[in-house]
Write a new protein. Structure first.
Length: 170
């Protein structure tokens, strides 16, 4: 159950279309979940983000303030977007673009099909923040990052805020 290094731009694996897995990979699933759980603020992680060009991701938005998840921890292999509906712009961050956030337009609700860690075909109907997380991870599998989804690099990309603890009073 090793925690893997999360790769960041300009690593080439992030810009490539990932290869089909063809079924569950227990070791990859464990690595993704373990790495996601130790990464502060992380609600999802795709295989390319740990340097593996495979079509797999995990996500769990249940601990996020915006995440009213009805699915909890999800691990999917060879996922595909089946249906998307609606559209809204919201701010997103990404472990692989660590110094920036971006305004990204995404569908409000989606249906995604894939194979779970036990080899069962699954269909997820999700909306809101959970739908945004699914789409974000699917983008990683196609070599797309949040910077590729913005309408304008000059108006929709922002430096990530770094919060310093308050200084003790003398």
């Amino acid at each position: 159950m090793p925690v893997r290094h999360v790769v960041a731009l300009p690593d080439a694996v992030l810009k490539q279309r990932a290869t089909a897995v063809g079924g569950p990979d227990e070791a990859l699933a464990r690595d993704l979940v373990d790495t996601m759980h130790v990464s502060p603020g992380c609600v999802g992680l795709a295989a390319p983000q740990i340097g593996v060009s495979s079509r797999a991701f995990c996500l769990d938005v249940s601990g996020h303030p915006k995440g009213s998840s009805k699915h909890g921890l999800v691990v999917l292999f060879d996922p595909e977007l089946v249906h998307a509906e609606g559209s809204e712009v919201a701010r997103e961050g990404c472990m692989s673009v660590p110094h920036f956030t971006a305004n990204v337009r995404r569908a409000i609700s989606v249906v995604v099909r894939g194979v779970d860690a036990q080899g069962r075909e699954c269909l997820y109907e999700v909306s809101g923040f959970e739908a945004r997380a699914f789409q974000h991870e699917l983008d990683h599998l196609d070599g797309l990052l949040i910077l590729d989804r913005v309408a304008s690099l000059s108006t929709d990309v922002f430096r990530r805020k770094v919060y310093q603890p308050p200084r003790p009073q003398p």
